[in-house]
Design a protein around this ligand. Sequence first.
Ligand code: ZN
Length: 114
Amino acid sequence: MHEMSLVQALLTQLTSLAAEHDKKKVITVTLTIGPLSGVVIDSFQFGFDILSAESNLTKGARLIITSPTVSYHCVRCGSIQTAAMRPDHCPECSETLLIAEGGDAIILNQVEME
Ligand SMILES: [Zn+2]
């Protein structure tokens, strides 16, 4: 599962962050996962629950995931649709070629530690 390796990478990042700031416990982790990143958020959450329990640093940590909306830019008339799912066509001119902007990133927003 793709998500497991991402969770593993996140936990590695959290471990070095904690060492850097001399912290012993991760309380909450806030992540932005773009809907176009290819990550299944439920799987990510599931992977986090399993892997975070294996380390005292992250055991019981709360994972908060936000998913931004994506802008779809019509190549013909230039109108922009904001939607969580790709629209089939442009509602203004029916063009089917819409360019997605944003939404493919995975960003670590905030980590609360003590
Ligand atoms: Zn259009």
